[in-house]
Design a protein around this ligand. Structure first.
Ligand code: HEM
Length: 526
């Protein structure tokens, strides 16, 4: 058979027991399954067993049998199962199939009975599956579903009938980042290329609505993170549950990171009864020198950072999250970004809109010890519900590109403190250079994880120039001893100030990650 290494573990549900196999990808339109257990020998689930449990068990068995201990992470198993968790009890009558890819991907495959039959009868050999593309899975069924509760339940519904075999799509998610885990995805994740950042305000004043929104968002995010739609796309005369613009696209390392702004805890009245639980580090940022903040692009009760390697996948996610929030919350501001700040040893160092490498001296997400010390919230400053979370400061910083472009390169270099072409530190750094004033040495050792993106937002009418700049995003353990003192120092003396203006500002407490079946913010909202 194929010499290609196995790309997915496959679990399916024939009428009795469970099947376990390895999926081999060969061509884009063909894949085959090697059946590992014949007859199926996994424990027979009860009617109450969730697919999440089945997936986790099956992957554990496969793990032991194939010696994949280092490649199949329990979180991947959980994520694979989670997309199906809301399917509820298993129907023994319906064959089902789950797959978690062996390396970095996690995928869930929903197969038609004919596919499963073909795979099973192929037994230790292989079953060729024609017409299956390795792309985002879609639910093309037109079950008339409304509301997310119904749609996520539908996400576990198997496409039935041989005629749907062609619609039964997709073998792999393509670089997915697990939504569930100790920390939210999108913080220690090496920065993807594209950003959509949304800040929303609660319209409802009901704590139950807030809790339901976080639950709904978490469920939808777990599905989108593995490249799944959040519900049916073809719904006849009814509006689609999933808007469909990401159909056919892969998971694209999509991450969605949720945060709570100070206003949620009571700056605007104790709407949700959360005033007593506001974390001390979640301060309202003080006014800094030269701030030119606009209220319309600042603040927000809720912040959502969406990042992906595909701009349309990022758009789809923010689009769906905003739709799902309505009418409980409405968007306050929204910004698309591109061109990440470097923060990982696994990636090349990118340049920002000023033409300089950005991220050279950043925290690298692989440095667990530094992440623990400087990024992850912990006691005693943070309450228990924030442990393992992080505080995000977002600043929209406009860059006066015309002025910068007219500046000689040696002046640009003394402004930053580094050579433009190589990124090397200058032999002698002027006292007001950006990197000197921002460095830990000048700030009591304070370090932040920068995870910003460049943006272009049309024309700045006042300047008659592109309204472009840096959506500066940084994560930290406590803004009071990290972002705030660094920015105070930069605002007062940084040479870069001649070329930049802070026009938007927000701060969010991003709780720890959710476990499979849980939701982000659960420890706060119950
Ligand atoms: C438009 C605004 C900004 C631009 C264009 C910019 C650009 C840069 C560049 C080119 C570097 C050198 C390369 C590197 O080490 O990454 C740098 C370093 C750095 N920047 Fe910024 N930056 C901006 C705003 C900020 C702000 C608001 C902060 C924090 C409050 C900040 C914090 C830092 C830090 C901590 C470093 C590393 C310093 C070191 O230890 O060498 N930057 N920035």
């Amino acid at each position: 058979m194929a010499t290609t290494p196995p790309s997915a573990l496959v679990v399916w549900k024939p009428p009795a027991g469970f099947g376990l196999g390895v999926m081999l990808h060969r061509e884009p339109f063909q894949c085959s399954i090697s059946v590992l257990n014949d007859p199926p020998e996994l424990d027979e689930p009860t009617a109450q067993t969730s697919l999440a449990e089945v997936a986790a068990t099956a992957l554990r068995v496969a793990d032991a049998r194939l010696g994949l201990a280092t490649t199949v992470h329990p979180l991947q198993a959980a994520a694979a199962g989670d997309a199906a968790a809301s399917a509820g009890p298993i129907s023994a009558a319906e064959p089902m199939m789950l797959a978690a890819t062996v390396r970095t991907d996690v995928g869930v495959i929903w197969a038609s009975p004919s596919y499963v039959r073909a795979a099973i009868t192929g037994n230790v050999g292989s079953a060729i599956l024609p017409g299956v593309e390795s792309t985002r899975r879609g639910f093309l069924s037109s079950a008339g579903l409304t509301g997310l509760g119904a749609t996520t339940a539908a996400a576990g519904v198997l496409l039935t009938g041989a005629d749907q075999a062609q619609a039964a799509p997709a073998a792999r998610a393509g670089n997915s980042v697990a939504f569930h885990g100790a920390h939210q995805a999108g913080i220690a994740t090496p920065a993807q290329e594209h950003l959509q950042f949304a800040a929303l305000d609660m319209v409802s004043e009901s704590r139950a609505d807030l809790r339901d929104l976080l639950r709904t968002w978490s469920r939808a995010a777990a599905l989108m993170a593995i490249g799944s739609v959040i519900g049916p796309v073809e719904t006849g005369s009814k509006p689609a549950v999933d808007t469909g613009e990401a159909l056919g696209l892969r998971a694209a390392s999509l991450t969605m990171t949720f945060g709570f702004g100070p206003s949620l805890f009571g700056s605007g009245g104790n709407r949700f009864g959360l005033a007593g639980q506001r974390p001390a580090p979640l301060v309202d940022l003080p006014a800094f020198r030269n701030d030119a903040l606009k209220a319309s692009i600042s603040g927000g009760d809720l912040g959502v950072q969406v990042c992906a390697s595909d701009p349309q996948v990022a758009f789809h996610a923010v689009h769906e999250l905003i739709r799902l929030a309505s009418p409980v919350a409405r968007p306050r501001w929204l910004l698309a970004g591109f061109g990440r700040t470097g923060n990982s040893r696994t990636q090349s160092m990118p340049r920002n809109l000023m033409g300089f490498f950005d991220g050279t001296e950043n925290i690298m997400v692989e440095d667990a010890a530094v992440m623990k010390k400087s990024v992850w919230a912990a006691g005693p400053a943070s309450p228990a519900w924030m442990h393992g979370g992080s505080y995000l400061v977002a600043r929209r910083i406009e860059i006066e590109l015309g002025k910068w472009d007219r500046t000689g390169v040696s002046d640009q270099e003394t402004t930053i403190g580094r050579r433009k072409s190589t990124g090397n530190v200058l032999g002698s750094i002027p006292l007001h250079a950006h990197i000197l004033l921002a460095s830990p040495g000048a700030n009591n050792g304070a370090k932040i994880l920068r995870r910003g993106y460049s943006y272009l937002d049309g024309i700045d009418q006042a300047l008659g120039a592109p309204a472009a700049g840096l959506m500066f995003l940084c994560y930290q353990r406590d803004p009071r001893s990290q972002f705030i003192p660094i920015q105070r120092q930069l605002a007062a003396r940084d040479s870069l100030n001649k070329f930049i203006r802070h026009i938007g500002s927000a701060v969010f407490a991003c709780p720890p990650g959710a476990s499979a079946g849980g939701y982000v913010g659960e420890a706060l909202l119950g």
